[in-house]
Design a protein around this ligand. Structure first.
Ligand code: ASP
Length: 349
């Protein structure tokens, strides 16, 4: 301010005060393109992430007091359910000391990790924001810089739930899907409005209000299978898989439709019946990304329902698969059916 003379001593005090007023954000790195070094078209190698963050985005430290935590340094195609559980446990342990967390993650399976964390951290009452990038942080025209600043801003001021921050938008974590490999708007949320827009101003919606305090429900059973219906699908293939799995997600056509005519020899009804016989729960979702499944609309859907299949509503593929894994490890019978059909963390309307 003009006319105000600040002595060295009061400057130090001011800085100290400003620093004390700052919120604490935990930045957990899991890997992905954002933190990799190396030039395309060579294979990207995980680099020394935090040094690059400090060099490339020094203003992050003006937004919040950051603590860096390297959870892993992997391409997200290597992310597995056991790692989701460990990540959820790490957050449950560390979040009480922080105002929020940012998780840097590869974009390929970022949606699945976001879903898993949303189910595994019931009662979450702080923002947990996942972000990534299409270009490494060290590269010119990288989207990583803005994504990191936006993610930290969202962790400071955004809704208290698991979200995904990408390309100036904040999404509910269990509603996203990756839609682009080479554009900066890599994610969308086909059945749920954005929770925040980070434009000239950052504007956020309130998000979920979960009660009861943060708990950890980290168990998952990955023995599920995803069956996408297509013309020509031989039912004997899914029938042969059923004895090896504990749960099945069927990605049906439209409102929950699939072949059921006996004449053409490719009816999938025997698959639903055999699943019921073996006690394998079946969730039906749609290949159409927008809107949700209604099993009462067509004959095939009705028959699936009679064989015990449940509607996955408007869940994304990732939300349904991960929810089934989580449900199988935590519920049985009727309570599993209920769990699958209700909104646990805002993943279905
Ligand atoms: N293959 C990378 C990953 O998912 C892609 C990315 O981060 O954008 O780890």
């Amino acid at each position: 301010m003009r006319g105000v003379v600040t002595t060295g001593c009061s400057l130090v005090k001011e800085r100290r005060r400003a620093n004390l007023d700052m919120k604490n954000i935990l930045l957990v790195h899991t890997g992905g393109t954002l933190g990799m070094s190396g030039r395309r078209p060579d294979a990207l190698k995980p680099g020394s992430f935090f040094r690059t963050v400090r060099e490339r985005v020094p203003e992050l430290t003006k937004l919040a007091r950051l603590e860096f935590d390297i959870f892993s340094n992997i391409d997200s195609c290597e992310m597995q359910p056991e790692l989701w559980s460990r990540l959820a446990a790490r957050l449950a342990e560390r979040l009480p000391e922080f105002d929020g967390a940012v998780i840097t993650h590869g974009t390929d399976t970022l949606a699945e990790t976001a879903c898993a964390l949303s189910y595994m951290l019931p009662g979450l009452d702080k923002p947990v924001v996942l972000t990534g990038a299409q270009r490494p942080l060290g590269e010119i025209r990288s989207d990583a810089r803005l994504n990191l600043i936006d993610a930290v801003t969202s962790a400071l001021h955004g809704p208290k739930e698991v979200t995904v921050c990408f390309d100036s938008h904040l999404f509910r974590g269990n509603r996203v899907r990756k839609v682009s490999i080479a554009e900066y708007d890599a994610f969308d949320s086909p059945n749920f409005p954005v929770l925040g827009v980070l434009g000239v101003d950052a504007k956020f919606s309130p998000g979920l209000q979960r009660k009861g305090g943060l708990r950890l429900a980290e168990r998952v059973d990955p023995r599920v299978f995803l069956l996408r219906v297509f013309p020509g699908l031989d039912p004997s293939i899914p029938l042969s898989i059923l004895p090896h799995i504990k749960g099945l997600v069927v990605e049906a056509y439209g409102a929950g439709n699939f072949p059921s005519s006996k004449e053409l020899g490719r009816s999938l009804i025997p698959v639903f019946r055999e699943a019921q016989h073996l006690g394998v729960p079946v969730v039906v979702i749609s290949q159409a990304p927008r809107n949700g499944v209604d099993l009462s609309l067509y004959e095939s859907g009705s028959q699936a329902r009679l064989s015990g299949a449940v509607s996955g509503g408007d869940m994304t593929v990732s939300a349904a698969v991960v929810k089934l894994m989580h449900g199988l490890a935590n519920y049985r019978g009727a309570s599993l059916n209920k769990y699958l059909q209700r909104s646990v963390a805002g993943e279905r309307s």
